[in-house]
Design a protein around this ligand. Structure first.
Ligand code: GLA
Length: 378
């Protein structure tokens, strides 16, 4: 049974009728990490790991949601004071509120959802959850009148106002806009985007999940963002998108050492994304891979969002001759993303699994990346 069928039948069992069904996806990001909230470029794509939801209006002003994977239910009203206590339910509540705040309609509904996006792996399970509800509620109560970029913003503002994570737009954008077989380059300042077909001949993209959980709430993630904003303010610019290394070096006496390193990473990453775009146009995967390793080094040494287990996986990738490897997503655990030549694939996966297990006493999880569609109705 597919996950959509499972959710549909759980809905009928619980609420005794049929509803409408939707999915939204987790994401990968080839390059451009921690650049979204700095007005820079990102390069994500949706993947074949989804959250599926079935919903039906219930002619009341209450929302009844069942989280199938957790075996938990929540019931809440639609006023600001009705915020539910379960952390997962706040995502659904936040999406409802953010639609209402923008003048959209949401009335009571019943819903069941479940997913196979690994939690805490840096694959944006929370954005998938926000996006599936934003997309569904737009379809059911607003005749699809809310444009897709606003749907992504609704998810992002849910994180900001109801979940304590001051995230950028990348995850929700990828979840909503994703298309099968295509990565997207998004300029997070102008919000212009372009689809790039991504089928690297002779290579595979694979994720290795360290199964170390990161916690972004109240976390160093928000502190990283604050560092960037402090440096931008010191340089007299809106975001680090407009910063150069020369500007940063000139202002160095007025910037703490830690903030300086954070900004140095962001300025370097902005350039790397552009180099990767050029390299992709000429099928130059060696350059793509080299940039991925440089991103990892920056995230490890300057941005300090990696961790021992992930650095270990990155070292193994390099030793095995993998073309590109880096930590992916917000950091503090999660996955590495690896660009691997076909002929190296088996040896790399075996070596990484064995050596990780020897060192940490558990196997990492392996996910082959299949670039897939974002939010849609099923
Ligand atoms: C998390 C955030 C994104 C982005 C990444 C880092 O996934 O939700 O907005 O900042 O971290 O690139």
């Amino acid at each position: 049974m597919t996950i959509v069928d499972t959710v549909k039948s759980a809905f009928s069992e619980r609420f005794g009728d049929e509803g409408r069904s939707y999915t939204s996806a987790g994401r990968i990001n080839l390059i451009g990490e921690h650049t979204d909230y700095n007005g820079g470029f990102v390069f994500p794509g949706a993947i074949d790991k989804v959250i599926a939801a079935t919903l039906r209006p219930n002619a009341t002003d209450r929302v009844n949601v069942h989280a199938l994977d957790l075996g938990e239910s929540a019931s809440f009203g639609l006023e600001e004071a009705d915020v539910p206590s379960q952390p997962w339910a706040r995502y659904v509540f936040g999406v409802c509120r953010e639609i209402i705040k923008r003048g959209g309609h949401v009335r009571g509904f019943d819903a069941v959802f479940a997913g196979n996006v690994p939690l805490g792996a840096g694959l944006s399970s929370s954005a998938a959850l926000e996006s599936v509800f934003a997309f569904a509620l737009n379809d059911i109560f607003n005749q699809g009148s809310i444009d897709p970029m606003t749907l992504a913003r609704i998810g992002q503002d849910t994180e900001h106002h109801y979940c304590g994570v001051n995230c950028g737009i990348m995850d929700q954008f990828a979840s909503i806009f994703g298309r099968q077989g295509k990565l997207m380059r998004l300029d997070c300042r102008s919000m212009e985007y372009e689809y790039f077909p991504f089928n690297p001949d002779g290579y595979r993209l694979v994720l290795i999940d360290s199964v170390v959980k990161h916690e972004l709430v109240d976390s160093p993630y928000n502190k990283r963002r604050q560092s960037c904003e402090r440096v931008a303010a010191t340089l007299g610019i809106d975001t680090l998108r407009d910063a150069t290394m020369e500007m940063l070096d000139n202002a160095r006496p007025r910037i703490s050492d830690e903030d300086y390193r954070r900004a140095r990473y962001v300025i370097g990453e902005k350039q790397r994304v552009l180099e990767v775009c050029d390299a992709l146009k000429r099928d130059d995967y060696d350059t793509v891979g080299r940039m991925m390793y440089l991103t990892h080094a920056g995230l490890r040494d300057d941005y300090e969002v990696s961790c021992e287990e992930i650095d270990f996986l990155n070292d193994i990738a390099r030793e095995c001759g993998v073309t590109g490897s880096r930590i992916m997503g917000g950091g503090f655990g999660g996955c590495t993303i690896n660009l691997v030549k076909n002929e190296l694939y088996d040896r790399f996966i075996q070596t990484a699994s064995r050596r990780f297990n020897e060192r940490y006493g558990h196997s990492p999880k392996i996910y082959d990346v299949v670039i897939s569609d974002g939010a849609r109705s099923i």
